[in-house]
Design a protein around this ligand. Structure first.
Ligand code: GLA
Length: 388
Protein backbone atom coordinates (compact mmCIF):
# COMPACT_ATOMS: atom_id res chain seq x y z
CA UNK A 1 0.00 0.00 0.00
CA UNK A 2 1.15 3.51 -0.78
CA UNK A 3 2.09 5.87 2.02
CA UNK A 4 1.42 9.50 1.08
CA UNK A 5 3.84 10.87 3.71
CA UNK A 6 6.64 8.74 2.37
CA UNK A 7 6.00 10.04 -1.17
CA UNK A 8 6.31 13.59 0.17
CA UNK A 9 9.56 12.68 1.96
CA UNK A 10 11.02 11.05 -1.13
CA UNK A 11 10.10 14.08 -3.22
CA UNK A 12 11.87 16.34 -0.72
CA UNK A 13 14.93 14.13 -0.73
CA UNK A 14 15.17 14.26 -4.53
CA UNK A 15 14.22 17.88 -5.13
CA UNK A 16 15.05 19.60 -1.82
CA UNK A 17 11.54 20.99 -1.44
CA UNK A 18 8.07 19.58 -0.89
CA UNK A 19 5.68 18.85 -3.79
CA UNK A 20 3.04 21.45 -4.73
CA UNK A 21 0.45 18.73 -5.39
CA UNK A 22 -0.09 15.00 -5.47
CA UNK A 23 -2.54 13.08 -7.67
CA UNK A 24 -3.59 9.46 -8.01
CA UNK A 25 -5.12 7.57 -10.94
CA UNK A 26 -6.35 3.99 -10.47
CA UNK A 27 -5.79 0.79 -12.42
CA UNK A 28 -8.86 -1.10 -13.57
CA UNK A 29 -10.49 -4.46 -13.87
CA UNK A 30 -13.02 -5.13 -16.61
CA UNK A 31 -15.99 -7.15 -15.38
CA UNK A 32 -17.30 -7.99 -18.85
CA UNK A 33 -17.23 -6.63 -22.42
CA UNK A 34 -13.80 -7.74 -23.61
CA UNK A 35 -12.32 -6.71 -26.96
CA UNK A 36 -15.46 -4.72 -27.66
CA UNK A 37 -14.14 -1.18 -27.10
CA UNK A 38 -12.34 -0.92 -30.45
CA UNK A 39 -15.47 -2.30 -32.11
CA UNK A 40 -17.47 0.72 -30.88
CA UNK A 41 -19.21 -1.56 -28.37
CA UNK A 42 -19.93 -1.80 -24.65
CA UNK A 43 -17.52 -2.42 -21.77
CA UNK A 44 -18.23 -2.75 -18.05
CA UNK A 45 -15.07 -1.94 -16.07
CA UNK A 46 -14.44 -0.74 -12.51
CA UNK A 47 -11.50 1.32 -11.27
CA UNK A 48 -9.65 -0.56 -8.50
CA UNK A 49 -8.20 0.59 -5.19
CA UNK A 50 -4.65 0.45 -6.52
CA UNK A 51 -3.26 3.51 -8.19
CA UNK A 52 -0.35 5.40 -9.67
CA UNK A 53 0.68 8.50 -7.72
CA UNK A 54 2.37 11.56 -9.16
CA UNK A 55 3.85 14.20 -6.86
CA UNK A 56 4.65 17.40 -8.72
CA UNK A 57 6.02 20.92 -8.46
CA UNK A 58 6.47 23.51 -11.19
CA UNK A 59 9.99 24.50 -12.28
CA UNK A 60 10.94 27.89 -13.63
CA UNK A 61 12.47 26.48 -16.82
CA UNK A 62 11.15 24.27 -19.63
CA UNK A 63 12.38 20.93 -18.39
CA UNK A 64 10.34 18.00 -17.13
CA UNK A 65 12.34 15.94 -14.67
CA UNK A 66 10.92 12.59 -13.56
CA UNK A 67 11.90 10.26 -10.74
CA UNK A 68 10.45 6.76 -11.20
CA UNK A 69 10.66 5.69 -7.59
CA UNK A 70 9.76 2.02 -8.02
CA UNK A 71 12.35 1.54 -10.77
CA UNK A 72 15.00 3.73 -9.14
CA UNK A 73 15.44 5.53 -12.46
CA UNK A 74 15.28 9.14 -13.58
CA UNK A 75 14.67 10.88 -16.88
CA UNK A 76 14.44 14.43 -18.19
CA UNK A 77 13.16 16.07 -21.36
CA UNK A 78 12.70 19.61 -22.61
CA UNK A 79 9.32 21.07 -23.55
CA UNK A 80 10.78 23.59 -26.00
CA UNK A 81 12.46 20.96 -28.22
CA UNK A 82 10.79 18.14 -30.18
CA UNK A 83 9.80 15.42 -27.69
CA UNK A 84 11.25 12.11 -28.86
CA UNK A 85 10.76 8.54 -27.67
CA UNK A 86 13.20 7.37 -25.03
CA UNK A 87 14.87 4.03 -25.73
CA UNK A 88 16.76 4.10 -22.43
CA UNK A 89 13.65 4.64 -20.30
CA UNK A 90 10.59 3.07 -21.97
CA UNK A 91 8.40 3.99 -18.94
CA UNK A 92 9.11 7.64 -19.66
CA UNK A 93 7.32 7.42 -23.01
CA UNK A 94 3.93 7.46 -21.30
CA UNK A 95 4.81 10.80 -19.71
CA UNK A 96 6.48 12.15 -22.84
CA UNK A 97 3.47 11.08 -24.91
CA UNK A 98 1.04 12.89 -22.65
CA UNK A 99 3.16 16.07 -22.62
CA UNK A 100 3.51 15.96 -26.40
CA UNK A 101 -0.25 15.42 -26.83
CA UNK A 102 -0.99 18.48 -24.69
CA UNK A 103 1.48 20.64 -26.63
CA UNK A 104 0.09 19.48 -30.00
CA UNK A 105 -3.41 20.37 -28.77
CA UNK A 106 -2.08 23.91 -28.28
CA UNK A 107 -1.76 24.00 -24.50
CA UNK A 108 1.08 25.83 -22.83
CA UNK A 109 3.09 23.71 -20.41
CA UNK A 110 5.66 24.94 -17.91
CA UNK A 111 8.52 22.75 -16.68
CA UNK A 112 7.91 20.43 -13.75
CA UNK A 113 9.58 18.12 -11.28
CA UNK A 114 7.68 14.85 -10.96
CA UNK A 115 8.01 11.83 -8.73
CA UNK A 116 6.04 8.71 -9.57
CA UNK A 117 5.17 5.57 -7.66
CA UNK A 118 2.46 2.95 -8.04
CA UNK A 119 0.88 -0.07 -6.42
CA UNK A 120 -0.83 -1.19 -9.65
CA UNK A 121 1.04 -4.38 -10.59
CA UNK A 122 3.00 -3.70 -13.79
CA UNK A 123 2.38 -5.85 -16.88
CA UNK A 124 -0.44 -7.85 -15.26
CA UNK A 125 -3.26 -6.48 -17.38
CA UNK A 126 -4.61 -4.13 -14.70
CA UNK A 127 -3.84 -1.04 -16.79
CA UNK A 128 -0.80 0.31 -15.02
CA UNK A 129 0.03 2.24 -18.20
CA UNK A 130 -3.39 3.90 -18.41
CA UNK A 131 -3.07 4.84 -14.74
CA UNK A 132 0.32 6.43 -15.43
CA UNK A 133 -0.96 8.36 -18.47
CA UNK A 134 -4.07 9.62 -16.71
CA UNK A 135 -2.21 10.58 -13.52
CA UNK A 136 0.42 12.45 -15.56
CA UNK A 137 -2.20 14.25 -17.64
CA UNK A 138 -4.08 15.26 -14.50
CA UNK A 139 -0.90 16.53 -12.83
CA UNK A 140 -0.05 18.62 -15.92
CA UNK A 141 -3.56 20.00 -16.08
CA UNK A 142 -3.45 21.10 -12.42
CA UNK A 143 0.06 22.55 -12.67
CA UNK A 144 -0.85 24.54 -15.78
CA UNK A 145 -4.53 25.20 -15.00
CA UNK A 146 -5.68 23.59 -18.25
CA UNK A 147 -9.11 22.37 -17.17
CA UNK A 148 -8.86 19.11 -19.09
CA UNK A 149 -11.02 16.63 -17.22
CA UNK A 150 -12.95 13.42 -17.58
CA UNK A 151 -13.58 12.28 -21.10
CA UNK A 152 -11.10 14.73 -22.62
CA UNK A 153 -8.35 13.56 -20.28
CA UNK A 154 -9.10 9.92 -21.16
CA UNK A 155 -8.90 10.67 -24.89
CA UNK A 156 -5.64 12.55 -24.44
CA UNK A 157 -4.16 9.60 -22.51
CA UNK A 158 -5.36 7.10 -25.11
CA UNK A 159 -3.90 9.28 -27.87
CA UNK A 160 -0.52 9.22 -26.11
CA UNK A 161 -0.58 5.42 -26.01
CA UNK A 162 -1.80 5.06 -29.63
CA UNK A 163 0.53 7.53 -31.28
CA UNK A 164 3.54 7.82 -29.01
CA UNK A 165 3.85 4.45 -27.26
CA UNK A 166 2.50 2.64 -30.36
CA UNK A 167 -0.17 0.38 -28.83
CA UNK A 168 -3.50 0.53 -30.68
CA UNK A 169 -5.62 0.14 -27.54
CA UNK A 170 -9.24 1.22 -27.26
CA UNK A 171 -10.63 3.82 -24.83
CA UNK A 172 -11.71 1.56 -21.95
CA UNK A 173 -8.67 1.67 -19.67
CA UNK A 174 -8.03 5.40 -19.78
CA UNK A 175 -11.74 6.18 -19.50
CA UNK A 176 -12.30 4.17 -16.33
CA UNK A 177 -9.06 5.43 -14.78
CA UNK A 178 -10.33 8.97 -15.35
CA UNK A 179 -14.01 8.50 -14.52
CA UNK A 180 -14.37 5.45 -12.25
CA UNK A 181 -16.80 5.67 -9.35
CA UNK A 182 -16.45 4.15 -5.88
CA UNK A 183 -18.41 0.90 -5.44
CA UNK A 184 -19.68 1.07 -9.03
CA UNK A 185 -18.81 -0.35 -12.42
CA UNK A 186 -19.51 1.81 -15.49
CA UNK A 187 -21.40 0.50 -18.50
CA UNK A 188 -19.60 2.52 -21.15
CA UNK A 189 -20.73 2.93 -24.73
CA UNK A 190 -17.39 3.21 -26.53
CA UNK A 191 -18.99 4.84 -29.57
CA UNK A 192 -20.33 8.01 -27.99
CA UNK A 193 -18.68 7.66 -24.54
CA UNK A 194 -21.98 7.89 -22.70
CA UNK A 195 -21.99 5.75 -19.57
CA UNK A 196 -24.11 4.51 -16.73
CA UNK A 197 -22.73 3.80 -13.24
CA UNK A 198 -24.08 0.53 -11.82
CA UNK A 199 -23.69 -0.20 -8.09
CA UNK A 200 -21.84 -3.42 -7.29
CA UNK A 201 -23.69 -5.77 -4.95
CA UNK A 202 -22.61 -4.96 -1.37
CA UNK A 203 -22.42 -8.61 -0.32
CA UNK A 204 -19.86 -9.49 -3.01
CA UNK A 205 -16.21 -8.76 -3.73
CA UNK A 206 -14.28 -8.44 -6.94
CA UNK A 207 -11.39 -10.88 -6.77
CA UNK A 208 -8.52 -10.67 -9.23
CA UNK A 209 -6.09 -13.59 -9.69
CA UNK A 210 -2.79 -12.95 -11.43
CA UNK A 211 -1.60 -15.90 -13.54
CA UNK A 212 1.91 -14.42 -13.57
CA UNK A 213 2.14 -15.43 -17.21
CA UNK A 214 3.92 -12.81 -19.33
CA UNK A 215 1.61 -11.16 -21.81
CA UNK A 216 4.28 -11.43 -24.49
CA UNK A 217 1.99 -12.13 -27.44
CA UNK A 218 -0.46 -9.46 -26.41
CA UNK A 219 0.77 -6.64 -28.68
CA UNK A 220 0.95 -8.44 -32.01
CA UNK A 221 -2.09 -10.68 -31.45
CA UNK A 222 -4.10 -7.67 -30.26
CA UNK A 223 -3.50 -5.78 -33.49
CA UNK A 224 -4.24 -8.94 -35.51
CA UNK A 225 -7.62 -9.31 -33.77
CA UNK A 226 -8.43 -5.70 -34.59
CA UNK A 227 -7.70 -6.39 -38.25
CA UNK A 228 -9.88 -9.49 -38.26
CA UNK A 229 -12.78 -7.47 -36.83
CA UNK A 230 -12.25 -4.88 -39.57
CA UNK A 231 -12.34 -7.64 -42.15
CA UNK A 232 -15.66 -8.93 -40.76
CA UNK A 233 -17.17 -5.45 -41.11
CA UNK A 234 -15.85 -5.13 -44.68
CA UNK A 235 -17.50 -8.42 -45.72
CA UNK A 236 -20.77 -7.89 -43.84
CA UNK A 237 -21.19 -4.46 -45.44
CA UNK A 238 -22.28 -6.24 -48.63
CA UNK A 239 -25.59 -7.01 -46.93
CA UNK A 240 -25.63 -4.27 -44.29
CA UNK A 241 -24.12 -1.22 -46.01
CA UNK A 242 -24.80 1.10 -43.08
CA UNK A 243 -22.61 -0.72 -40.55
CA UNK A 244 -19.32 0.90 -39.60
CA UNK A 245 -18.31 -1.44 -36.75
CA UNK A 246 -19.26 -4.86 -35.36
CA UNK A 247 -21.28 -2.96 -32.79
CA UNK A 248 -23.86 -2.33 -35.49
CA UNK A 249 -24.46 -6.01 -36.27
CA UNK A 250 -27.23 -7.78 -34.34
CA UNK A 251 -26.99 -11.45 -33.39
CA UNK A 252 -29.75 -12.28 -35.90
CA UNK A 253 -27.97 -10.42 -38.70
CA UNK A 254 -24.78 -12.29 -37.87
CA UNK A 255 -26.55 -15.67 -38.05
CA UNK A 256 -28.02 -14.70 -41.40
CA UNK A 257 -24.57 -14.31 -42.96
CA UNK A 258 -22.05 -16.07 -40.74
CA UNK A 259 -21.51 -18.72 -43.41
CA UNK A 260 -20.23 -15.95 -45.70
CA UNK A 261 -17.37 -15.16 -43.32
CA UNK A 262 -14.15 -17.20 -43.55
CA UNK A 263 -12.55 -18.56 -40.36
CA UNK A 264 -11.14 -17.19 -38.10
CA UNK A 265 -12.98 -13.96 -38.98
CA UNK A 266 -16.35 -15.64 -38.33
CA UNK A 267 -15.38 -16.74 -34.83
CA UNK A 268 -13.89 -13.32 -34.00
CA UNK A 269 -17.09 -11.58 -35.10
CA UNK A 270 -19.21 -14.06 -33.14
CA UNK A 271 -17.29 -13.22 -29.98
CA UNK A 272 -17.59 -9.46 -30.38
CA UNK A 273 -21.28 -9.48 -31.30
CA UNK A 274 -22.31 -11.84 -28.49
CA UNK A 275 -19.99 -10.11 -25.98
CA UNK A 276 -21.62 -6.75 -26.65
CA UNK A 277 -24.96 -8.30 -25.93
CA UNK A 278 -23.62 -9.92 -22.74
CA UNK A 279 -22.14 -6.63 -21.51
CA UNK A 280 -25.45 -4.80 -21.87
CA UNK A 281 -27.39 -7.66 -20.26
CA UNK A 282 -24.87 -7.80 -17.40
CA UNK A 283 -25.56 -4.24 -16.34
CA UNK A 284 -29.30 -4.91 -16.46
CA UNK A 285 -28.86 -8.09 -14.37
CA UNK A 286 -26.89 -6.26 -11.67
CA UNK A 287 -29.39 -3.41 -11.63
CA UNK A 288 -32.12 -5.98 -11.04
CA UNK A 289 -30.06 -7.54 -8.22
CA UNK A 290 -29.66 -10.78 -10.17
CA UNK A 291 -26.05 -11.59 -9.32
CA UNK A 292 -26.43 -15.21 -10.43
CA UNK A 293 -27.42 -14.12 -13.96
CA UNK A 294 -24.48 -11.72 -14.03
CA UNK A 295 -22.07 -14.50 -13.00
CA UNK A 296 -23.41 -16.78 -15.70
CA UNK A 297 -22.70 -14.10 -18.31
CA UNK A 298 -19.12 -13.81 -16.99
CA UNK A 299 -18.66 -17.57 -17.45
CA UNK A 300 -20.07 -17.40 -20.99
CA UNK A 301 -17.74 -14.52 -21.77
CA UNK A 302 -14.74 -16.64 -20.83
CA UNK A 303 -15.83 -19.49 -23.10
CA UNK A 304 -16.26 -17.03 -25.96
CA UNK A 305 -12.85 -15.46 -25.35
CA UNK A 306 -11.25 -18.89 -25.15
CA UNK A 307 -12.90 -20.60 -28.12
CA UNK A 308 -13.92 -17.81 -30.52
CA UNK A 309 -11.53 -14.97 -29.84
CA UNK A 310 -8.68 -17.30 -28.84
CA UNK A 311 -7.00 -14.96 -26.40
CA UNK A 312 -6.88 -17.28 -23.39
CA UNK A 313 -4.03 -19.58 -22.39
CA UNK A 314 -4.20 -22.87 -20.43
CA UNK A 315 -3.03 -21.21 -17.20
CA UNK A 316 -5.89 -18.70 -17.32
CA UNK A 317 -8.38 -21.48 -18.11
CA UNK A 318 -7.08 -23.29 -15.02
CA UNK A 319 -7.59 -20.23 -12.82
CA UNK A 320 -11.09 -19.68 -14.20
CA UNK A 321 -12.14 -23.32 -13.77
CA UNK A 322 -10.78 -23.38 -10.21
CA UNK A 323 -12.66 -20.17 -9.37
CA UNK A 324 -15.92 -21.37 -10.90
CA UNK A 325 -15.86 -24.54 -8.82
CA UNK A 326 -15.72 -22.67 -5.47
CA UNK A 327 -19.16 -22.37 -3.81
CA UNK A 328 -19.96 -18.67 -3.45
CA UNK A 329 -18.20 -17.69 -6.69
CA UNK A 330 -20.86 -16.29 -9.04
CA UNK A 331 -18.70 -16.17 -12.16
CA UNK A 332 -15.14 -15.93 -13.43
CA UNK A 333 -13.37 -14.99 -16.65
CA UNK A 334 -10.13 -13.64 -18.02
CA UNK A 335 -9.94 -9.86 -17.90
CA UNK A 336 -8.11 -7.42 -20.19
CA UNK A 337 -6.44 -8.24 -23.48
CA UNK A 338 -5.61 -11.87 -22.58
CA UNK A 339 -2.58 -14.09 -23.36
CA UNK A 340 -1.72 -14.02 -19.67
CA UNK A 341 -2.39 -11.45 -17.00
CA UNK A 342 -5.35 -11.72 -14.66
CA UNK A 343 -8.76 -13.30 -14.19
CA UNK A 344 -11.68 -11.59 -12.47
CA UNK A 345 -14.28 -13.32 -10.31
CA UNK A 346 -17.31 -12.06 -8.43
CA UNK A 347 -17.38 -13.77 -5.04
CA UNK A 348 -19.80 -13.76 -2.11
CA UNK A 349 -18.06 -11.84 0.70
CA UNK A 350 -18.27 -14.72 3.19
CA UNK A 351 -16.64 -17.08 0.66
CA UNK A 352 -13.59 -14.95 -0.19
CA UNK A 353 -11.12 -16.64 2.18
CA UNK A 354 -12.20 -20.09 1.06
CA UNK A 355 -11.96 -18.91 -2.57
CA UNK A 356 -8.40 -17.64 -2.12
CA UNK A 357 -7.17 -20.88 -0.56
CA UNK A 358 -8.91 -23.14 -3.07
CA UNK A 359 -7.84 -21.23 -6.20
CA UNK A 360 -4.22 -20.84 -5.07
CA UNK A 361 -3.98 -24.58 -4.30
CA UNK A 362 -5.63 -25.65 -7.56
CA UNK A 363 -3.38 -23.35 -9.61
CA UNK A 364 -0.26 -24.62 -7.90
CA UNK A 365 -1.29 -28.27 -8.35
CA UNK A 366 -2.06 -27.83 -12.05
CA UNK A 367 0.77 -25.51 -13.11
CA UNK A 368 3.40 -25.53 -10.37
CA UNK A 369 2.95 -21.76 -10.19
CA UNK A 370 1.81 -19.30 -7.57
CA UNK A 371 -1.02 -16.86 -8.19
CA UNK A 372 -1.27 -13.48 -6.48
CA UNK A 373 -4.82 -12.70 -5.43
CA UNK A 374 -6.13 -9.15 -5.04
CA UNK A 375 -9.47 -8.50 -3.39
CA UNK A 376 -10.46 -5.19 -4.94
CA UNK A 377 -12.87 -2.43 -4.06
CA UNK A 378 -14.22 -0.31 -6.91
CA UNK A 379 -12.75 3.17 -6.49
CA UNK A 380 -13.10 6.70 -7.81
CA UNK A 381 -11.22 7.77 -10.93
CA UNK A 382 -8.34 10.23 -11.03
CA UNK A 383 -8.13 12.95 -8.40
CA UNK A 384 -5.91 14.64 -5.86
CA UNK A 385 -4.22 12.19 -3.50
CA UNK A 386 -4.41 14.81 -0.75
CA UNK A 387 -7.52 16.98 -0.81
CA UNK A 388 -6.72 20.71 -0.81
C1 GLA B 1 -6.58 -3.82 -23.45
C2 GLA B 1 -6.84 -2.52 -24.19
C3 GLA B 1 -8.32 -2.11 -24.04
C4 GLA B 1 -9.24 -3.26 -24.44
C5 GLA B 1 -8.82 -4.56 -23.75
C6 GLA B 1 -9.61 -5.76 -24.24
O1 GLA B 1 -6.77 -3.64 -22.08
O2 GLA B 1 -6.02 -1.51 -23.68
O3 GLA B 1 -8.56 -0.96 -24.81
O4 GLA B 1 -9.27 -3.42 -25.84
O5 GLA B 1 -7.45 -4.84 -23.93
O6 GLA B 1 -10.95 -5.64 -23.89
Amino acid sequence: MIDIDSIRDQFEQHYGIHPRLMVRAPGRVNLIGEHTDYNDGFVFPAAIDRATYVAARPRDDNLVHIVALDLQEQDEFALDAPIERSAAHPWSNYIRGVAKGLLIAGHHLGGANLLITSDVPRGSGLSSSAALEVATGYAFQLLNRLNILGEELALLAQGAENTFVGVQCGIMDQFISALGRQDHALLLDCRDLSYRPVPLPAHTQIVVCDSHMERSLAGSAYNQRRQECGEAVRILKQWYPKITALRDVTIDQFHEHEADLPEPVRARARHVITENDRAERSAVALEAGDVAAFGKLMNESHISLRDDYEVSIPEMDTLVAAAQSVPGCYGSRLTGAGFGGCTVSLVEQSAVERFKAAVAAAYRDATGRATTIYVCRASDGVGRAIPQ
